[in-house]
Design a protein around this ligand. Structure first.
Ligand SMILES: Nc1ncnc2c1ncn2[C@@H]1O[C@H](COP(=O)(O)OP(=O)(O)O)[C@@H](O)[C@H]1O
Ligand SMILES: [Mg+2]
Length: 252
């Protein structure tokens, strides 16, 4: 058993009085795709936001328990959030490129982190666009506005923007929900091509997607992690009757 890349231990989160994550303990393996599934409102987005402390910006949030990255706690004061978010990047439901050129979107992170300039920066942008399969399509339109790209390319660009700062973990919150099936298939292929180098956590309400691309899977219900394990066995022989009910489509 390899050491987990990310781990929560008896983690709770409240929005004011509302208990949104209940005693969640899970271990996310490195260099694999872990899918978080469950009905709308069960806490999937809240859980992935825990891994880069994105809930911190929401007023009235309280937490208890531990979250670890490579065995080191990332909860509490004294954690460098900028460094954390460089290591643990996030892609959202709707592609959200900056209203800048293609090049400047990808160069943004390296610039603010002081990673390189001049030729080094151009090279880094090229590699990041290559990694998501965008380079060939966009190399002659690097100065075009990112907002003029079709949604699938915008989502790839958002992933390139993360890769440019050399993250270790990619959090993806329903990254395909604004995309058509063909674009979705392309993003899924991209995720599969990235998993040898990155730890990927994807939230999806699409169980076929979870079954197709994930190695590990967590099923949540009403803020609880009901079942967590390898995707194959979970889909064929779920341990909990609630998991079975969900994956056979009886609710959700
Ligand atoms: N900023 C917030 N303030 C108050 N409640 C919230 C906030 N964000 C989410 N919630 C509530 O927490 C629960 C879990 O939400 P969320 O993590 O978005 O679920 P999911 O991603 O599984 O649909 C829901 O009941 C939701 O209404
Ligand atoms: Mg959500």
């Amino acid at each position: 058993m390899t050491a987990p890349k990310l781990e929560t231990r008896a983690f709770n989160l409240w929005y004011g009085n509302f208990h949104a994550l209940k005693n969640v303990s899970c271990s996310i393996p490195p260099r694999a795709i872990t899918a978080i599934i469950g009905p709308s409102g069960c806490g999937k987005s809240t859980l992935v936001r825990v891994f880069n402390r994105m809930n911190d910006t929401i007023p009235g949030v309280r937490t208890s328990g531990e979250v670890l990255l490579d065995g080191v706690p990332i909860t509490g004061e004294g954690v460098n959030l900028r460094a954390l978010r460089k290591k643990v990047g996030m892609v959202f439901q709707r592609p959200n490129p900056f209203p800048l050129s293609v090049f400047e979107n990808v160069a943004y992170g390296p610039r603010i982190h002081g990673l390189c300039d001049g030729d080094g920066l151009h090279e880094r942008v090229r590699r990041s666009l290559e990694a998501t399969g965008l380079w060939e399509a966009l190399k002659d339109s690097l100065n075009d506005s990112a907002l003029s790209l079709p949604p699938e390319q915008q989502q790839r660009l958002c992933i390139s923007r993360l890769l440019a700062v050399e993250p270790e973990v990619l959090l993806m919150d329903e990254p395909c929900s604004a995309l058509d099936p063909i674009a979705t298939a392309k993003i899924e292929q991209l995720m599969l091509s990235l998993k040898s180098r990155y730890t990927i956590v994807i939230v999806t309400h699409n169980m076929q997607q979870a079954a197709r691309i994930s190695d590990f899977c967590g099923f949540m219900l009403l803020g609880e992690m009901i079942e967590f394990g390898e995707t194959g066995p979970m889909f064929t022989r779920p341990k909990d009757s609630r998991t079975e009910e969900y994956i056979t489509g009886r609710y959700g």
